[in-house]
Design a protein around this ligand. Sequence first.
Ligand SMILES: O=C(O)c1ccc[n+]([C@@H]2O[C@H](COP(=O)([O-])O)[C@@H](O)[C@H]2O)c1
Ligand SMILES: Cc1cc2nc[nH]c2cc1C
Length: 346
Amino acid sequence: MRTFNIHTPKDDLLTDIQNKIDYKTKPLGSLGLLEKIAAQICLVQQSLTPTLSHPAIMVFAGDHGLSEEGVSAYPAEVTHQMVLNFLSGGAAINAFCKQHNIDLQIVDAGVNHHFNFDPHLTDRKIAMGTQNSLKTEAMNQIDLEHAINIGSSMVCHKVEEGCNIIGFGEMGIGNTSAASLLMAAFTDTDIIDCVGRGTGVECEALDHKKEVLKQVFEKHQDKIKAPLDYFRSVAGLEMAMMLGAMLQAAESKITIMVDGFIATSVFLTAKKLYPHIQSYALFSHQSDESGHKHMLEYLEAQPILQLGMRLGEGTGCAMAYPIIQSSIQFLNEMASFESAQVSGQS
Ligand SMILES: O=C(O)c1ccc[n+]([C@@H]2O[C@H](COP(=O)([O-])O)[C@@H](O)[C@H]2O)c1
Ligand SMILES: Cc1cc2nc[nH]c2cc1C
């Protein structure tokens, strides 16, 4: 497995950044989280006048062998049907990216469907989905490495185009199960407490999901000490590609927007491998998927939005983007007490 060069940005500018924020014409700290976001992006860009350019969201799609165990409220074919919906512009992520002028890229990482050629689909299919992790490892080492490298090179390409802020979404029926399994391992939480409703499983179906995931966890838990071996045993191809993409974004020193429950579980894996990655990450929202709150607390991450969303697709990133824009806007546009001749704190 290749290595990534990921370091916390130098903090030499920190005092100047904080002074610039504090000298703006507002009571100290009164822009709350916007101030923290601005400071973080200044550090990532090593600049007192940061900019956001060519914002992008990549949506990785993949199918999950485990879905044959009845762990989702929807049938597996929804994965490819939703990819077709993304391509024709009809999904929530299309609407929000259009609203906020965010470049949207749809990637087939491992969907169980042969798509006709479409110029809007990035075909990086590794397999027709993963294996059933209740029976065997979801993917082999070669496919994992391939997915990580592809995710990485797609981000390199975006960076070459001038992108300096990127969010990652996913589409994959069954992938909240994979995310719960990652959460259990990498936050050291009982698997039962990591299982939620996903697309909407309830009552006996939720009990069944918990029972299946308990068995999958027990089958693979001996690999947790080797995070990538555990990851490839339970995760999806869309998640593996997202892992490579997140690692590359941090190596390329651009800002990462982390979406909901599934994306955060991938981020947890990335952080296990490269703890410094968090300096580059903003967390778009707190998903209504029950485990997400705990994941964010574990990461000591403050989500930008809390709207009761639990959709995925990168929709949280798209919704949080204008807030991130505002944090850069206040920093670059607001007057200081001195320039506006406003009296400071007495
Ligand atoms: O991002 C989230 O927080 C989130 C929470 C629940 C469900 N989802 C989406 O729903 C799908 C997975 O749900 P499930 O029930 O099939 O495991 C997948 O396509 C995700 O994008 C996403
Ligand atoms: C319709 C539908 C849309 C989705 N988008 C992301 N996950 C999804 C799951 C379903 C079921």
